[in-house]
Design a protein around this ligand. Structure first.
Ligand SMILES: *Cc1c(COP(=O)(O)O)cnc(C)c1O
Length: 380
């Protein structure tokens, strides 16, 4: 159980934060407000808080309030996708200086930094954030943001958030953490000293592979918050009210889903380590993982993502996802159903992912059924 500053535990916040019984009807679940526009006060004011959906809408505010509480922050701004959220943050950072980012960041995040963000004229340095000395060297004067993804994608490498926060404080930079893989159930970057958290809400926060969304959460209300909000209104990548509604519903089960899926992943990781067709398993819950001690210190669990290296090499790895029956051969992660993919193929040309790597998102199915399916697919 994680204690939060307002005295409620994570489990309770997940069910109640951002929600209240509807005062008009008594409905126990929040209504869906589809409205794009909101009635003005007689004096043209907006005393009820809304004017146009692109600026803010009630279901979005509920989701933002819940994420603010779950991450222990001061503000949250929801977006149409995880990439829309990170782009808003990079825009705010690019105005202020150089961006240093994890080489283990999500493929699309690195694509934004290498493409759009450099086109804006911003300097970008991509470093291995597991290597603190490399980060210390990279964070010179004029660095506005260090962006870390831990556990990383797809190799599940860990970076030390508290140490990175100290380096950022010395260097006058903000520390942002992509918390998509861990979620606030397993990792609290703001409590460890990070300034900002970014999520692809498409993954565990949504949890059912049926919505796209993203969110930026910040520790203190400052000009970064204003910039991120402005970029949403100007860029227009707004979280749809229905997706916000679904997200609020999904957050209630997030702690239970994360713990169950993580337990299934740990069981599969242990068994896969002993499988003859597997040359390596990257999972922070295994004692031989280089980040295991750090995971024990900074996480409250190891997550439900696995990377498996096929002993038969690239060709065998590429054909394995076609042999599963219970897993689905698909990209993405974080849903209740288990997925498997040949990651380099999903990333496409230019991928730096090892070609023998299978990325697995472990769901809520019974681990024995998952194991039976995987074992057969790997052996075949
Ligand atoms: C999927 C993902 C993203 C991008 O989010 P979208 O919702 O697909 O735009 C960013 N970071 C991580 C770690 C992800 O897994």
């Amino acid at each position: 159980m994680n204690d939060r500053q307002d005295g409620h535990t994570l489990e309770t916040l997940a069910v109640h934060a951002g929600r209240r019984v509807d005062s008009v009807t008594g409905a126990v679940t929040p209504p869906l407000y589809a409205a794009t526009t909101f009635e003005r006060d007689p004096d043209t004011g907006t005393s009820r808080g809304y004017s146009y959906q692109r600026d803010a809408h009630p279901n979005g505010r509920m989701f933002e309030a819940a994420m603010t509480a779950l991450e222990g922050g001061a503000w949250a701004v929801a977006f149409a996708s995880g990439l829309a959220a990170s782009l808003a943050l990079f825009r705010a950072a690019a105005r202020r200086g150089r961006i240093v980012a994890s080489s283990g960041s999500y493929w699309g995040t690195l694509g934004q930094l290498d493409g759009l963000v450099r086109e804006w004229g911003a300097q970008v340095a991509i470093v291995d954030t597991s290597d603190l000395a490399a980060v210390r060297d990279a964070v010179g004067a004029g660095t506005s943001l260090v962006f870390v993804e831990t556990p990383s994608n797809p190799l599940l490498a860990l970076s030390d958030i508290a140490e990175l926060a100290a380096i950022c404080r010395d260097g006058g930079a903000l520390l942002a953490c992509d918390n998509t893989f861990a979620t606030p159930v397993l990792q609290n970057p703001l409590a460890l000293g990070a300034d900002v958290v970014v999520h692809s809400a498409t993954k565990y926060l949504g949890g059912h592979s049926d919505l796209m969304g993203g969110v930026v959460v910040g520790a203190v209300e400052d000009e970064w918050a204003a910039d991120v909000l402005e970029y949403r209104a100007m860029g227009g990548a707004v979280l749809a009210p229905f997706n916000a509604w679904l997200l609020l519903r999904s957050l209630a089960t997030l702690p239970v889903r994360m713990r169950a899926q993580s337990a299934h992943a740990l069981e599969l990781a242990r068994r896969l380590s002993g499988h003859r067709a597997v040359s390596a398993v990257h999972y922070p819950g295994l004692p031989d993982h280089p980040g295991h001690a750090l995971a024990l210190a900074q996480m409250q669990g190891f997550g439900a993502m696995l990377a498996v290296r096929h002993a038969g090499g690239a060709a065998a790895a590429r054909t394995t996802p076609a042999k599963v029956r219970l897993f689905t051969h698909a990209t993405s992660l974080g849903g209740v159903e288990s997925l498997i993919e040949h990651r380099a193929s999903s990333e496409g040309p230019g991928s730096r992912t090892p070609p023998d790597l299978l990325r697995i998102s472990v769901g809520l199915e019974h681990p024995e059924d998952l194991w039976e399916d995987l074992e057969r697919a790997l052996a075949g």
